[in-house]
Design a protein around this ligand. Structure first.
Ligand SMILES: Cc1ncc(C[n+]2csc(CCOP(=O)(O)OP(=O)(O)O)c2C)c(N)n1
Ligand SMILES: [Mg+2]
Length: 599
């Protein structure tokens, strides 16, 4: 009750209010007493915990918060849509192991950000979405408040954790709980609900300072048990055809040197999942990526490091893994290194779970691997080597072609060269064919340089990820986008220009979703559902806000434009026209797309 009273009389900024001072002489002197408020407590709590950037979109009730945050030295990046701010926050979390902060207004702004929050939880990206919310008393009685919505209840099933703070003196605890929940154990998206009335609540400044919490050891190491490590090592040692699969969790852990040492000391071939590409350079001789369809069914012991056996790995069973039918186990034994004990056995039996943080688990396994560790049988390595060279040669042949019109391969051959020459550049990637071809053609050389659609295959991450990647790292960003994919966040090119970020967007434009040559079977005036405007001039969007727009139709023009962008670091959008017949339905995952038997 006290706080509500405080809120009613509170002012919109930290105030110095007059308090009576009883001094000698019977005169009531007035001595200033420092007060603070919800706005400042939140900003101070974030700063105290090392947060330096907020990705958001202002409006009631958080406009003043964005102003005050900027004034207090936080970097505030204002977006055109909350979903993009949310994606930005989530990938900042992935890159830095600090929760990315997304700030939204109530109801519609909150809902706009929610997809990104749910996507963060699914992908194990640490983020905190902070949303202003309307009057609790009115919302709870459904009396029709401005932007009325029970946001906490809606966020809860989609977030790793959700909290609400009602009193200014609890802001410190709320922020601490949100940070711990976001980064500890399996990271995820956390929702923090801050009702409008909280922000102007005032309290004594010193008491406010005391109420803040600097989180100590927010993501504590989780050391695996020695038994579990030994069980895993014994299984690996006895393998005839071992395989390591590195997942996004391995990339997140930042245990780069130890992971590389584990791969190299055991000599086991490895496959990187999409966002684990570059953990070891894709050109590494132990990479089995070019022989994926051979190694999955043939391997007898598979070591999963921060990779889940979800749909991206065909659930660890079925024909991909050599199973006799679509759900049959292929006979592999699995070691699973994961932060979460409940991950094991989610799809197939895990014979040796190693549970702990990836860094500690890999270190513990390395301790049991000495110079005498037996290398995998030469037969296995040679068989992989053969397939690999055959497939790489075939790919080189395809990449060398220069068809007219340009296709995915001839365009991506250029991107491949540009990334090779600029291995520190961050590659953001979304689309269907634009995604799948890029993943297999463009080699990555350093960890956490490839950011993409992740576990959900979600379209719309492009510009949000690009903005965060540039803001967090200062590096050149190259976003390879399908034309459909780009449309989900295209308006953020204005944000890229406004903050003058070194982002080069390359649209692989095939006039549609998957391809652009479909027609309306009725012969009517409407276009086919998957076809877009022919030869749309996306580059003009970038020019509209002061960036560089380039329209290219050949690999040579694409190369020039990309090299200019990387040299100048100017916001650039290259509209690369691709043969509209070049793509396939759903890219590589055609099989997941139900189609009618009857035309
Ligand atoms: C949020 C969301 N909506 C819709 C989809 C379905 N979807 C998958 S890929 C894709 C776009 C593919 O077209 P494009 O980006 O142009 O890539 P292309 O295959 O043409 O290279 C869509 C709409 C999705 N994955 N996510
Ligand atoms: Mg397309």
């Amino acid at each position: 009750m006290e706080s509500i009273t405080a809120a009613r009389k509170g002012t919109a900024s930290a105030a110095t209010v007059a308090a009576p001072d009883i001094t000698s002489g019977g005169q009531s002197n007035v001595q200033p007493q420092q007060e603070t408020d919800g706005f400042h407590l939140l900003i101070d709590a974030l700063k105290l915990n090392g947060i330096d950037t907020i990705f958001g979109l202002p409006g009631i009730p958080i406009s003043d918060l964005t102003r005050k945050a900027q004034a207090a030295g936080l970097r505030v990046i204002s977006f055109r849509h909350e979903q993009n701010a949310g994606y930005a926050a989530s990938i900042a979390g992935f890159m830095t192991q600090k929760p990315g902060i997304c700030l939204t207004v109530s109801a519609p702004g909150f809902l706009n950000g929610l997809t990104a929050l749910a996507n963060a939880t699914t992908n194990c990206f640490p983020m905190v979405m902070i949303s202003g919310s309307s009057e609790r008393e009115v919302v709870d009685l459904s009396q029709g408040d401005y932007e009325e919505m029970d946001q906490l209840a809606i966020a809860r099933p989609l977030a790793k954790a959700a909290f609400r703070v009602l009193h200014a003196e609890d802001i410190g605890v709320g922020v601490a709980r949100a940070i711990r929940a976001a980064v500890s154990g399996r990271p995820g998206g956390v929702y923090l609900d801050l009702p409008a009335k909280l922000f102007p609540q005032t309290m004594d400044a010193e008491a406010g300072r005391q109420s803040l919490i600097k989180v100590v050891d927010p993501a504590p190491r989780q050391i695996p048990s020695q038994d579990a490590v030994q069980r895993a090592l014994d299984l690996i040692k006895g393998a005839a055809r071992p395989l390591i699969i590195l997942g996004k969790g391995a990339a997140y852990s930042q245990a780069d040197a130890d992971i590389r040492a584990l791969v190299e000391k055991t000599g086991i071939p490895y496959l990187p999942m999409s966002m684990a590409k570059g953990l070891l350079p894709d050109t590494h001789e132990q990479s089995a990526a070019a022989a994926r369809s051979y190694v999955l069914p043939e391997a007898d012991v598979v070591v999963l490091i921060g990779a889940r056996l979800n749909w991206l790995l065909s659930h660890g069973k079925g024909k991909t893994w050599g199973g006799k039918s679509s759900k049959a186990w292929g006979g592999q034994k699995f070691v699973q290194v994961d932060i979460s004990p409940t991950e094991a056995d989610s799809n197939v039996r895990i014979d040796a779970p190693v549970i702990g943080d990836i860094g500690s688990c890999v270190k513990a396994m390395l301790a049991g691997i000495d110079a005498k560790w037996p290398k995998p049988p030469a037969e296995w390595l040679n068989a992989i080597g053969e397939r690999k060279s055959r497939n790489i040669a075939k790919m080189a042949e395809t990449l060398a072609k220069n068809p007219t019109p340009m296709n995915f391969h001839s365009a991506l051959n250029v991107v491949r060269d540009v990334i090779k020459a600029n291995p520190d550049a961050i590659l953001v990637n979304e689309g269907a064919n634009a995604l799948d071809f890029t993943r297999s053609i463009v080699d990555m050389y350093k960890p956490r340089k490839r950011l993409d659609v992740g576990t959900w295959g979600v379209m719309g991450i492009g510009m949000g990820f690009s903005i965060a990647a540039a803001a967090v790292s200062g590096e050149q960003v190259i976003a390879v986008e399908g034309d459909s994919a780009f449309g989900f966040s295209g308006m953020e090119v204005e944000t890229i220009c406004r903050y003058n970020l070194p982002v080069c967007v390359v649209i692989l434009n095939n006039n549609g979703v998957y391809r652009g040559d479909e027609v309306n079977p009725t012969g009517g005036a409407d276009p086919a559902p998957l076809a877009f405007t022919k030869d749309a001039r996306y580059e003009k969007l970038m020019e509209a806000f002061g960036g560089v727009g380039v329209h290219v139709t050949t690999p040579a023009e694409l190369r020039n434009a990309m090299e200019d962008a990387v040299r100048s670091h100017k916001p650039t959008l290259i509209n690369a026209l691709i043969d509209e017949k070049a793509g396939t339905e759903s890219g590589r995952i055609t099989g997941l797309n139900p189609t009618a038997k009857k035309a």
